[in-house]
Ligand binder design. Structure first.
Ligand code: 0RQ
Length: 497
């Protein structure tokens, strides 16, 4: 206890979840820690228990990004969430959002903290945050993520802390810096991936702490599969292309990398393990995954910066055992710093993010299946795609067993415009759109990136659009969604006969 709650005046705030959760009532705006990892676990369970015992209430839930079933899943299933912001990836919550039962708004992750400080999200009633410890001076050491927690704690009227006994003390890995707000904003003084510009803890006003809980619950750990053949091929195209650009002296060899969450990101980073051309890598990303530890182990990482560490069970154990070694290389920051457009642009990040669909001119849909059904949210992809030095959108060429083409005439929803997308990659090939006109982009995306099953119909559409309508980016508006329409009518985008 004294090890974890070292600030004596707060020790009498240690209590149980039932007592702590009494600060949360119908209509409470609840701001939680958590960014794929590091979310509170006891308070959500207690809220569900109250709902199951017949209490009628709903909360508005604000996080850093996605959490786990222990937050988004159980709260959504208990029908306790009125509003959820931002990015989430829970299956049931997604369903409720698409049914209009949970209100959801998708923000760029870099912007949320400033919006909360500006009061755009309304009252900041209660913050519930997971911590490894409270320091001698009453400051908070977070666990596996930082996200928006520094701002949530600064703004909340009441703070509930869940001390995670399953996390070892992780002092020294976090770098907490809250930038100034307009109109008196000065530059964020971060010039290299490894820079530490803030404090190793989150400032906390002990007077606002209403409860401290001890928790033995663990984050749900993702299971990373070895890269499949598509992810491997996408990774190969990317690494070959970047090497080519470095050889041609078009980009310096030392630019930091960002890769979104998931298989392709892991495959690209795993590709570095084998590749002799990359020996000293900086990662300036949002979520750091297992592959970062592998690269540190073989001495290839100079610095890895992110807002969260999302590790499989095995990698987590490795990290906890040798935290002193990994923390020399890893920095965890607030998401407004890890995803800061200013810093991403200054460092010249090579950004790789995954799309749901990409159109022949390079517009990208990352969030809505068939233009209407929310998948997860834009996450940090907009922050990185709009500001990276070299930006890549990747996707397998098909989805749903080959019935859906990820390359379409016109995207059914737009998250990233052609102006933010330098390079398009599928397992079939890569198109560098930078030196091309939109018509040349269309020709190349159809021939190099689309799956062979869909090339003819895409080419036929494009040719007709050029002939019948012309223009800088030819389209036949009444036909632009013919592939989506085919899927909705027949369950297959392929044109037969
Ligand atoms: O559906 O789960 O029902 O099988 O989308 O697709 O292929 O498993 O790939 O997990 O990498 O997710 C874009 C959603 C890709 C993700 C997206 C269906 C597919 C499957 C998932 P099932 P895969 P991934 C920073 C970066 C936005 C945020 C971002 C994402 C499911 O990468 O959310 O980039 N990105 N953040 O079948 C219909 C298509 C489809 C399709 C895929 N064209 N039509 N369904 N699917 N393409 C990180 C953070 O911000 C935290």
């Amino acid at each position: 206890l004294t090890d974890r709650v070292r600030f004596k005046p707060l020790q009498d705030k240690i209590t149980d979840a039932v007592t702590a959760a009494k600060h949360i009532a119908d209509g409470t705006n609840l701001f939680i820690s958590g960014f794929t990892a590091g979310y509170p676990k006891l308070i959500p369970q207690e809220l569900v228990r109250r709902a199951e015992s017949g209490e009628q209430f709903k909360i508005n839930l604000f996080a850093g990004a996605s959490t786990g079933d222990m937050v988004d899943g159980i709260l959504a299933r208990a029908n306790l969430v009125a509003w959820r912001r931002p990015y989430m990836s829970d299956k049931f919550m997604r369903q409720e959002i698409n049914l209009g039962k949970i209100s959801f708004k998708d923000d760029h992750l870099s912007q949320l903290s400033a919006k909360v400080r500006a009061g755009e999200w309304g009252r900041c009633d209660v913050a519930v945050v997971e911590a490894a410890a409270i320091t001698e001076k009453g400051h908070l050491i977070p666990t596996m993520s930082v996200g928006n927690t520094p701002t949530y704690m600064r703004e909340a009227k009441k703070i509930i802390v869940e001390i995670s006994e399953s996390s070892p003390l992780q002092e020294g890995i976090h770098d907490i810096f809250i930038p100034e707000d307009p109109p008196y904003r000065t530059p964020i003084p971060l010039y290299r991936t490894a820079d530490r510009i803030g404090k190793p803890f989150i400032d906390m006003n002990p007077d606002r702490v209403v409860a401290i809980l001890f928790s033995t619950e663990k984050d749900h750990c993702p299971i990373f599969m070895p890269p499949d053949s598509n992810s491997k091929r996408i990774a190969e195209h990317i690494l070959e292309f970047v090497q080519h650009e470095i050889k041609k002296d078009r980009i310096p060899p030392s630019l930091p990398w960002q890769a979104g969450v998931g298989d392709v990101a892991n495959a690209v980073l795993s590709g570095f393990i084998e590749d002799k051309n990359f020996s000293s890598i900086d990662i300036y990303s949002e979520v750091l995954q297992d592959s970062v530890l592998d690269l540190i182990d073989i001495g290839k990482i100079r610095a890895a910066s992110g807002s969260a560490l999302t590790l499989s069970e095995k990698a987590r154990a490795r990290f906890f055992n040798e935290i002193y070694r990994y923390q020399e290389k890893i920095v965890l920051r607030p998401v407004e710093i890890s995803n800061s457009p200013e810093v991403i642009r200054r460092l010249g990040v090579i950004a790789i993010n995954t799309a749901i669909e990409i159109d022949i001119y390079g517009q990208v849909n990352s969030t809505h299946v068939m233009g209407t059904q929310l998948m997860n949210g834009i996450g940090g992809s907009g922050d990185f795609m709009r500001n990276g030095a070299l930006t890549m959108m990747v996707t397998p060429s098909t989805a749903k067993g080959g019935m859906i083409s990820a390359i379409v005439p016109m995207v059914s929803h737009v998250d990233h415009s052609e102006h933010s997308v330098d390079v398009v990659v599928t397992e079939y090939g890569l198109v560098d759109t930078r030196p091309l006109t939109p018509r040349q982009v269309a020709e190349q995306i159809i021939h190099k990136c689309a799956h062979p099953d869909f090339r003819d119909q895409l080419w036929d559409y494009f040719q007709r659009a050029v002939k019948e309508r012309g223009g800088h980016e030819p389209h036949i508006l009444e036909k632009s969604f013919f592939m989506h329409q085919l899927f909705m009518e027949k369950g297959d985008m392929r044109q037969k006969g």
